[in-house]
Design a protein around this ligand. Structure first.
Ligand SMILES: *Cc1c(COP(=O)(O)O)cnc(C)c1O
Length: 407
């Protein structure tokens, strides 16, 4: 037990690469360096076979056909390819896309770009627990709607959307359903066909694989979905995504998928126990803590907590020499902006700024969680002891009624 070891609780930002994954990748940088598109000699065949195997491992994890896996540089590219590729391919059918305000920027910014090209985008509000309102979704679908894009699990809160219900609704209206499943794949069972998802983005580095490799699942049958390529030259990946394949990365992504398939269930149980311990201890040690997002439909390793009257970035500074987490504030060029995801759940700026996301992972231990409970509790108490607002709150002053001086 090393009391000084840094504790990493930011696994939704990226995960460490599993050493078993690195081991599988290494030969493909040196002995087996061939180009998977070199069809005429053994160097190419070895690489191509390795890519085929990885494609199968990944397809198996999500119960897809290997031919439905299009390799990309990550989930950002897969989101771009899915949204822009569908918009171009189905232009004759319509120009309307529906998504959520709480989506990842890879989806939201792709939609913004498409608006400049004539797309009409509906950004749906979510309910206070972060879940989509199915009636609102149904009302939003028109005869111009070509695509509904709703993430499987949210990166900030871990909230899991009702995928089957959304899929059934899309199927009944005849619109395609895409999902950014980056935070769900490899952590919980994800079976796009079973819920009616036609396109799905995910990435290696959020599931203990390497960075810079991801995939877009594209449904091949009933319906046969097509996307217009966004990057051309060579016709790789059945013309949907050209570019020499990142063979070592793909091999690592495949190995990560195999490990996830074998270990997911036990890991999810272990992590949810640790997450629940962390959450229960903080909520019982500290007053005025609020858990953000629906706690029944939530990823097993995530908790997002607001510590009222404590500024999250300041709180983090009390322990960030030892523990890596994320706060509900995003640094823009000039200022700290409250998380747009938490704002969409209806939190005020103050509660959004006071939030911390803890995302646990494969290599966290119970001892680390115990140390985190201690350090975060101490940090919150320290910040509140210094805070005139907390003092006023403890004296029973109604803070909402106070008129603050302009500054
Ligand atoms: C991390 C993440 C992405 C981006 O993935 P990259 O592979 O880093 O491009 C997209 N969507 C969600 C929900 C994510 O968490």
């Amino acid at each position: 037990m090393n009391q000084n070891k840094l504790i990493y609780l930011d696994n939704n930002a990226t995960t460490p690469t599993d050493p078993r994954v690195v081991e599988a990748m290494l030969p493909f940088y040196t002995q087996h360096f061939g180009n998977a598109a070199s069809r005429n000699h053994p160097f190419g065949w070895v690489a191509e076979n390795a890519v085929d195997k990885a494609r199968q491992q990944i397809a198996s994890l999500i119960k897809a056909d290997p031919r439905e896996i299009i390799f990309t540089s990550g989930a950002t590219e897969a989101d771009n390819l899915g949204l822009k590729g569908v918009f171009e391919m189905y232009a004759r059918k319509g120009n309307h896309i529906i998504t959520l305000k709480t989506e990842h920027k890879a989806v939201l910014d792709s939609c913004k770009k498409l608006e400049k090209q004539g797309a009409q985008i509906t950004y749906l509000d979510v309910k206070a627990d972060g879940l989509v309102d199915l009636q609102e979704l149904e009302k939003a679908i028109t005869d111009k709607t070509i695509l509904v894009s709703i993430m499987w699990a949210n990166n900030e809160t871990g909230v899991i959307q009702p995928m089957k219900e959304i899929g059934d609704l899309c199927a009944s209206k005849g619109v395609l359903f895409m999902s950014d499943a980056t935070q769900a794949v490899g952590k919980i069972p994800v079976d796009p066909k079973a819920v009616g998802v036609h396109l799905m983005a995910f990435t290696g580095h959020k599931m203990y694989g390497p960075k810079g490799v991801g995939a877009l699942f594209v449904n091949r049958k009933n319906p046969r979905v097509k996307v217009t390529s966004q990057q051309d030259g060579g016709g790789h990946e059945r013309g949907m995504r050209s570019g020499t394949l990142n063979v070592p990365g793909i091999v690592g992504f495949g190995k990560a998928a195999e490990l996830a398939e074998n270990e997911m269930q036990a890991e999810a149980e272990r992590l949810s126990k640790l997450r629940d311990k962390l959450e229960a201890a903080l909520v019982s040690n500290l007053e005025e803590c609020y858990i953000n997002g629906n706690v029944e439909n939530r990823m097993p390793h995530v908790t997002n907590i607001s510590f009222k009257h404590v500024e999250g970035e300041g709180l983090m500074m009390t322990f960030n020499q030892n523990i890596g987490v994320s706060s509900g504030s995003a640094c823009t060029s000039a200022s700290l902006e409250p998380s747009y995801v938490l704002i969409a759940l209806g939190l005020g700026d103050d509660l959004a700024h006071s939030s911390i996301r803890f995302s646990l992972g494969r290599f966290n231990t119970e001892e680390e969680i115990d140390r985190t409970i201690k350090q975060v509790s101490e940090g919150v108490n320290h910040m509140r002891n210094l805070s005139p607002i907390w003092e006023m709150y403890k004296e029973g002053i109604d803070l909402d009624a106070v008129e603050w001086a302009e500054h």
